[in-house]
Design a protein around this ligand. Sequence first.
Ligand code: CU
Length: 279
Amino acid sequence: MTRLPYLKLVLATLALGTVISVVMLQVDWFGDAAATAAGPIDTLMEFTIVISSFVFAIVCVALGYALVKWRVKPGDEGDGLPIHGNTRLEIIWTLIPTAIVLFAAGYSWVVMNDIEDKQPDAMTVNVYSQQFAWTFGYPEAGNKWSEGEFHVPVDQQVIFKMHAQDVIHSFWVPEWRIKKDNVPGITTEAVITPNEVGTYQLICTELCGAGHATMRAIVVVEPREDYEKWLAGLDGEVPEDLLLTADQAIELQKQLQGTEQGIDSSGVDETSAENVDQS
Ligand SMILES: [Cu+2]
């Protein structure tokens, strides 16, 4: 068996990996950025794209070389040589990907940890999701309530507390990058600092039923004075039933069913909701 031309293969892999990386990094994958998390997340993503490009290049070069070098000769109808494996190769191709994955996991951990570092002056917004609408509560402002639209001050860290009234929904403002599931029975959290004034769109990214595609809300990031003005103009507080815990909601539903007016349209499945872990 001929020895492999290692140097040429390595150089070809580096060249192809570089070309793929450069092409892939030209694409504007993420769109506009409007939160402090966007920079580190985009850099992490670009790092992953470069690593993946080189892994892809290794596969392409090895495959291409094998196709050309060991192509079957015309008229050769024989079986290939029996190959017994190569322990050294198998150790290498296990260890290197393991190291890459562990490094990427550590890097992601650091980025996430930074993003979720809560500031003492962070404000809280409750996000309520149900088929097929978003509503928002401001617990630090008398639990004021807004339907289908929410405002936040620019350069202010916001802790969004996610609640789901029926099925799983997912909170995503593309310009903020962070995406978080809203899960019935538990409260999930997203920590975001919007840093660009503007109007954005909140999109549900968890297929939640027939109206899923329309489940959107308007997001307004504005200077603090404008935000205060908008907040002061809100009338109405978060309705009682949105504040219930899962257990309380089930209890209420049972009572209503006892009086023959079950909450048919709520989407809450009593049998499965009973198993919800209340944490
Ligand atoms: Cu949805």
